[in-house]
Design a protein around this ligand. Structure first.
Ligand code: PSU
Ligand code: MN
Length: 306
């Protein structure tokens, strides 16, 4: 297949895939556009360690010099963390970046595409994109949601940030036929907070049950992914009303500055961090580790039943 001509999979990852060993995909937008340098360097190394500690192989994805990279070397991770001339690549941008050899970080949507190309079934992120507040008039709906509809990768997240309209995000996922599971909870989490005020479709009791649901969906030939909401550990959770105030302030500033489109999510993430004086950053890091751990367990459980 022509597609493979664009793809570089690190040998360790290819060997794991060939021998039915667990692999977990990780995104690079969280590094390039979601976290500051150099804090993102230690995060990038640590999140891979968390995956390894569970017995799975990490596969961070990115587009570098016209190649789809599945698994990054330490030097490539550094490039993504420094983020000099590193774009944010969504599905629409992929062909352009590869054809003209630009370097870009993969969002949830694009990481799913790269993972599927390599045959990776499970992916851990922080929070997914979704329907933005006032999305009913701006039509700003993250491509992440469409990707979950069509690409067969299970995505473990801590829910969606309150910068989004979480209710409409879940409505959209329902319309697109994406199962939304809670890992040991009936609440869909809101990133920094364990609850969003909205529920999941099914409170799964553990990773083995989640793996069984994923396998069943794919055996039925139902297209697309599965979304797993994994709440932030209690000790790192922030107060919902406090975060609502912070986010409203950041949204008002984005509005004043006229920030739109693909720049809105990175702007809001950076402002939230500044307004909370970095407290939210510690939570962000911890929830991502927690997702990596759970994704590795799901990947292991999937290998055990396939
Ligand atoms: N939400 C976060 N942190 C992030 C992102 C979202 O809390 O880093 C990133 C992810 O890569 C996600 C992307 O896929 O932003 C969504 O961007 P947009 O809303 O432009 O689709
Ligand atoms: Mn958007």
């Amino acid at each position: 297949m022509k597609m493979k001509e664009y793809l570089d999979v690190l040998p360790e990852i290819q060997q794991a895939l060939d021998s039915n060993k667990p692999v977990v995909a990780l995104e690079s937008t969280i590094l390039s556009h979601g976290m500051p340098y150099p804090e993102n360097v230690s995060f990038a190394a640590e999140v891979e360690k968390v995956v390894r500690a569970e017995g799975a192989v990490p596969a961070t994805t990115a587009l570098i010099d016209g190649r789809v990279k599945v698994g990054l070397t330490p030097a490539e991770l550094e490039v993504m963390c420094k983020a000099e001339n590193v774009g944010k690549v969504s599905r629409r941008d992929m062909a352009t970046y590869l054809a003209v050899k630009k370097t870009g970080a993969t969002t949830v949507a694009t990481t799913m595409i790269c993972a599927a190309m390599a045959g990776i079934k499970v992916f851990a992120t922080g929070g997914i994109g979704g329907v933005h507040r006032h999305g009913e008039s701006t039509m700003d709906v993250s491509a992440d949601l469409q990707e979950l509809k069509q690409t067969p990768v299970a995505v473990v997240c801590a829910g969606a940030k309150q910068i989004l309209d979480i209710g409409r995000t879940l409505e959209y996922l329902e319309t697109m036929g994406v199962p939304v599971l809670g890992n040991g909870t009936s609440d869909f989490p809101a990133f920094y907070c364990r609850k969003s005020g909205f529920g999941v479709d099914h409170a799964a009791k553990d990773e083995a049950e989640i793996a069984k649901i994923i396998k069943t969906k794919w055996e039925l030939d139902l297209q697309g992914g599965v979304l797993i909401g994994n709440p932030i550990p209690e000790e790192y959770a922030l107060d919902f009303d406090y975060m609502e105030g912070v986010i409203n302030q950041a949204l008002a500033e984005a509005d004043e500055k006229g920030i739109r489109g693909k720049d809105i999510t990175p702007f809001l993430l950076a402002r939230v961090k500044e307004i909370t004086h970095g407290v939210s950053f510690a939570s962000n890091v911890q929830l991502a580790y927690n997702n990596a751990r759970v994704a590795a367990k799901i990947a292991k459980a999937l290998c055990a039943i396939s």
